[in-house]
Design a protein around this ligand. Structure first.
Ligand code: C5P
Length: 406
């Protein structure tokens, strides 16, 4: 999988830089071409000579090679790479990347990157747990960059906790699996809904809900990262889309979401509805702002179309339909009813009772139920990890389906 792959290995000033030497050896052994780009601070931890000897190429560090007039074009290097791996990545360089700063060759290459970027934040547990670091990691993930999560354990400072760089062989496995999966959804169109819907009461008010859209966006990134053409129909959220093969369609109300989904549904192979669609909307939104008065106010509500149910009714055999269910009572039984009623292939159930699951969180704890009523209870995990796992599951179902068709 890595034979001939051109990999830029970015190394920053962390004690874990020594692990980069082993990482280079393993990558070279697999046939990859490794170009090391190190920050000045990294040179205090490992010498460029060691790294250039192992990578069999001069190490790059400065945009300009002192005196010689040679320019290391960040644009050319960014275009050259099949993947950029930044390991170890310090809190400092992470913050620069999250803010789009380009004050050295590595951060400039990152900003110009066209290939997938893997990043392995490595630092002491307290720095790791600072909200600024958490925010910066999420920002990079929202750009579509792939987190190589740190391990927990003994740290160089003597403290113990989260912050150790993953072992080089695990990073190599991760890259191998990435390249293996890169194109497996090529030619497939994936329709995803995300976020809340806003149902107009009057020109300044609406009925909405707390959905953040994070799950749907993580799924869009995961499928796009594996070669799918993704249509992401999203209600109002404050998230960004990064991958070029995600077509984002912004909507506000359930009826708008319905219309946009129905346009793409006939040509979609996989549909995943994560949106928290309002079941009802005000029957007659007021044209002017409703004035305050001392008497009670009633709003007449009318049902919204059920996007997923409509899809289930129109579904062709080749199409794979996944719904999400958020229940406060009898979660599994209710979800199974929904699975049958909406003619789904798979339903992802999250219960509001589980800490860290559902609206607004970065993590989710779900149970998967397929149409054969196989039940799989999953542990609490990040929404990105769950998105990755769902690409696996759906891929397996599609392979089985295609085999059946044969
Ligand atoms: O029936 P319930 O709203 O609980 O079903 C949840 C699932 O149905 C989610 O996947 C949600 O995105 C989808 N849904 C929909 N259109 C609606 C209501 C729910 O697509 N109007």
């Amino acid at each position: 999988m890595l034979k001939g792959k051109k990999i830029i290995l970015g190394i920053t000033g962390s004690i874990a830089a020594y692990k980069a030497a082993t990482l280079i050896r393993l990558l070279i052994r697999k046939g990859a071409v490794v170009q090391v780009v190190m920050t000045d601070a990294a040179k205090d931890f490992i010498t460029p000579l060691t790294l250039s000897t192992l990578s069999q190429r001069p190490v790059l560090s400065e945009p300009f090679q002192g005196g010689s007039g040679q320019w290391n074009s960040h644009i050319d290097w960014a275009a050259w790479a099949d993947a950029i791996v930044i390991a170890p990545l310090t809190a400092n360089t992470l913050a620069k990347m999250a803010n789009g700063q380009a004050d050295n060759l590595l951060t400039a290459i990152y900003l110009a990157a066209r290939s997938p970027v893997f990043f392995a934040p490595v630092m002491d547990v307290d720095m790791f747990e600072h909200p600024a670091t958490t925010k910066n990691i999420h920002t990079l993930q929202s750009y579509g960059n792939i987190l190589i999560p740190p391990d927990e354990g003994e740290l160089a400072s003597g403290l113990s906790g989260k912050g150790r760089m993953k072992e080089p062989d695990e990073i190599v496995s991760l890259l191998e699996s990435f390249f293996k999966k890169k194109n497996r959804f090529r030619g497939k169109k994936v329709l995803i809904t995300a976020g809340p819907t806003y149902e107009k009461i009057d020109p300044v008010r609406f009925i909405g809900n707390y959905s953040s859209g994070k799950m749907g966006f993580a799924l869009a990134n995961a499928f796009a990262g594996q070669g799918a053409e993704v249509i992401l129909v999203t209600g109002p959220v404050s998230l960004r889309t990064a991958c070029t093969n995600i077509q984002r369609v912004d909507v506000s109300s359930a009826r708008e979401m319905f219309d946009r989904c129905m346009k793409h549904f006939p040509t979609s192979d996989i549909c995943i509805m994560t949106a928290a669609v309002a079941d009802y909307r005000p029957a007659m939104p007021a044209k002017q702002k409703i004035k305050k008065s001392d008497t009670a106010l009633s709003l007449e509500l009318t049902p919204n179309p059920d996007i997923l149910k409509t899809m289930g009714e129109k579904k062709k055999n080749r199409q794979f339909l996944t719904g999400f269910a958020l229940e406060t009572r009898n979660a599994k039984a209710e979800a199974m009813k929904k699975l049958r009623n909406k003619k789904l292939d798979l339903i992802v159930v999250n219960s509001l009772k589980d800490a860290g699951a559902g609206f607004g969180h970065d993590t989710n704890k779900v149970t998967l139920i397929d149409k054969e009523e196989n039940i799989k209870v999953l542990p609490l995990m990040s929404k990105e990890a769950l998105a990755g796992l769902l690409t696996e599951k759906i891929y397996e179902y599609l392979i089985n389906k295609e085999n059946h068709a044969i």
